[in-house]
Design a protein around this ligand. Structure first.
Ligand code: MG
Length: 203
């Protein structure tokens, strides 16, 4: 399986990192070795002093598809989840400055937390889905899929022009504002609406 991530999909997050608003979705990938299953500890890697959390809505692909039209995209997923796109921000800033690929900052071991999934039938309106991340006792990120620049079905259509989607692939749909640094002994808790979907201890 592969993990396809969308960058810069929420206006306020684009502004907090002082990035330009893209004309097309920004895409990057993580390998399966990046997966950190729910409730596994995250070990801060020695190559970074500034690991950021980015909480994101996930979409799990359930059938093979290429060049998927937006109006048929809903047929390609049943499950919606929550994850964290851990990012070595210090390294990413250096790579961005040099115009180099982001993989070392984005696709390292443990950088893709994949929490629990809900069947989409359990969700009222996928385009008005509230989610949040708590660090220790503080809510640090709050998002709603209504704020996405590109909605889930549009993302699937766009991504599938470049990459064949396969059963089990996971899409990270981008993070809202409020990203920040983790330190040893922090605990992260992710929610869709009021339901706890993930938990990570930082080591
Ligand atoms: Mg992200």
């Amino acid at each position: 399986m592969k993990i396809i991530c969308v960058g810069r999909n929420y206006t306020e997050h684009i502004e907090e990192l002082q990035n330009e608003k893209p004309t097309d979705p920004v895409l990057f990938m993580k390998p399966d070795s990046a997966i950190l299953p729910n409730k596994n500890p995250f070990y801060i890697p020695e190559f970074s002093d500034n690991i950021h959390y980015e909480v994101e809505i996930l979409v799990k692909i359930n059938r093979l598809g290429k060049h998927i039209a937006p109006k048929f995209a809903y047929k390609y997923y049943d499950e919606i989840g929550l994850g964290i796109d851990f990012t070595a921000r210090d390294l990413q800033d250096k790579l961005k400055d040099k115009g180099l690929p982001w993989e070392k900052a984005k696709a390292f071991d443990g950088s893709a937390v994949i929490g629990d999934f809900l069947h989409k039938n359990q969700i009222n309106d996928l385009n008005h889905l509230h989610f949040s991340l708590k660090k220790n006792d503080e809510v640090v990120q709050v998002g709603n899929t209504a704020q996405m620049l590109w909605k889930i079905d549009e993302l699937i259509a766009y991504i599938s022009q470049f990459f064949t989607l396969k059963i089990g692939d996971v899409i990270f749909t981008g993070t809202p504002s409020g990203v920040g640094k983790v330190k040893i002994n922090d605990k992260l808790f992710g929610y869709i609406e009021d339901k706890k979907m993930l938990e990570v201890d930082i080591k």
